[in-house]
Every structure is written in structure tokens, then in C-alpha cells.
Design a protein around this ligand. Structure first.
Ligand code: B4P
Length: 190
């Protein structure tokens, strides 16, 4: 399976990606996790992106595209993958299309997790208390929502037109949402 999971900040992408990846025996590749690990380890990349992330902005496409293209060449991604939080811009969609065409791969489905903004803000503020992530504060969350609406939400139409979009209600318990996703994906595979 070659999958994307998309949706607004806090909708449960990272949470669900782990379970879906385990279910299909593929790696979950989260650009957010890759960037956070680099920030934590104070690598040159981490130093470059830490302020952008803390403000809720998007890391420039040329950096993000190169990281994903490189990650997809690793051995564990040969038979399938789940990209979590990528693509997020039209430029990233185009770069991913080029990379997949070059390597003879195709996306099987794009999971779009959907939830009301009020629920998302509440979740992220709760995560702020638990994990203390630099980008989980009221002002930055608002910024991330605006950027998502402007840059990423319109990309869903592209995948819908390609017949790849699988829309799933992201409200409910983590297990309920996971069940909806696997039911929807099994229907795609059947
Ligand atoms: P991400 O790591 O993708 O952060 P996110 O959008 O907040 O989603 P995340 O996966 O962490 O949260 P989730 O919804 O699972 O990106 C962080 C930053 O990295 C971006 O702002 C950007 O700066 C940079 N970046 C990443 N990718 C990029 C790209 N492609 N291009 C440019 N920049 C990029 O979960 C949120 C919370 O909700 C959790 O606390 C979870 O426990 C809770 N939750 C989940 N499901 C729930 C449920 N069903 N019920 C109740 N709570 C739930």
C-alpha cells in the first residue's frame, strides 16, 4: 500500500498513521517527526527549521521535498509507505508526482481526516499541557489553521479529482477513527 494521510493540525494524522502503518506492514513517514528529531538533535537542518516550526509556518518546499525523496529510497519503503503530513503545498504535490513517476510508483489512496476546528484547537491545547510542543500555543495554532486552509486544504480537490480521496470522520475515540479508516481502505483494496 502507498498511502497519504492528510488533514488539519490536530486531526489525528500522526496518531492514526502509526496504527495504519502497522496494519499494512509499511513504514509511517512523518515529515513533522523528521523535522522535530532534527530540532531536538540540533542538526544544521534542525537549526534552519526550528523557528519556522515554532511559529507554525511551513518548512520551504525544496528542503521538505528533498527529505521525503531521500527517505523513500530507504529499504523499508520499497514495498509501500504511508506519508503523514506530506504533501502540504501544491509544490510538494508536484514534486511527489515527479518522484513517483521517476520510480514507477503510484498512490493507492489518500486518507482525508475531517474534524471541526473547535475540536482541533481543544486537542492541541490539551497536547500542549501533556507534551509541551513549541508550536502548540493558542497563537501558533491559529496560524497553523490559517496556513492549512490556504495552502493545504485546496490540495484535497486534486486527489478527489484523481479518484484517490477517502474521507473519514476524525471525531470519536482513537479506536473508532482507526476502525473507520481500515474499513474504508479495505473497500478501496477490494
Ligand atoms: P505535524 O507533525 O504534521 O503536526 P500536526 O499537523 O499538528 O499533526 P500531528 O500529526 O502532530 O497531530 P495529530 O493530528 O496526530 O507538523 C508539525 C509542523 O512541521 C508543521 O506545522 C510544519 O511547521 C512542519 N511540517 C511538517 N510537514 C511539513 C511539510 N510537508 N511541509 C512543510 N512543513 C511541514 O494529534 C493531535 C492531538 O490530538 C494529539 O495530542 C492526539 O493525542 C490527539 N488526538 C488524536 N486523535 C484523537 C481522537 N480521536 N480523540 C481525541 N484526541 C485525539
Amino acid at each position: 500500500m502507498r498511502l497519504l494521510i492528510m488533514g488539519p493540525p490536530g486531526v489525528g494524522k500522526g496518531t492514526q498513521a502509526v496504527g495504519i502503518a502497522a496494519h499494512y506492514g509499511i513504514p509511517a513517514i512523518s515529515t513533522g517527526d523528521i523535522f522535530r528529531a532534527n530540532v531536538k538533535n540540533q542538526t544544521p537542518l534542525g537549526q534552519e527549521v526550528s523557528r519556522i516550526m515554532a511559529e507554525g509556518g511551513y518548512v520551504p518546499d525544496e528542503i521538505t521535498n528533498a527529505i521525503v525523496a531521500d527517505r523513500l529510497t530507504e529499504a523499508d519503503a520499497a514495498e509501500g509507505w504511508l506519508l503523514d503530513g506530506y504533501p502540504r503545498t501544491a509544490g510538494q504535490v508536484a514534486a511527489l508526482d515527479d518522484e513517483l513517476a521517476r520510480t514507477g510508483q503510484a498512490i493507492d489512496a489518500v486518507i482525508s481526516l475531517v474534524a471541526d476546528t473547535d475540536v482541533l484547537v481543544e486537542r492541541l491545547l490539551k497536547r500542549a499541557e501533556l507534551e509541551g510542543r513549541a508550536d502548540d500555543n493558542a497563537e501558533t495554532i491559529r496560524n497553523r489553521m490559517v496556513i492549512y486552509t490556504e495552502a493545504t486544504d485546496p490540495l484535497l480537490a486534486t486527489y478527489r479529482e484523481r479518484g484517490l480521496l477517502v474521507e473519514v470522520d476524525g471525531i470519536g475515540s482513537i479506536d473508532e477513527v482507526a476502525g473507520r479508516i481500515t474499513t474504508a481502505l479495505d473497500a478501496v483494496r477490494a
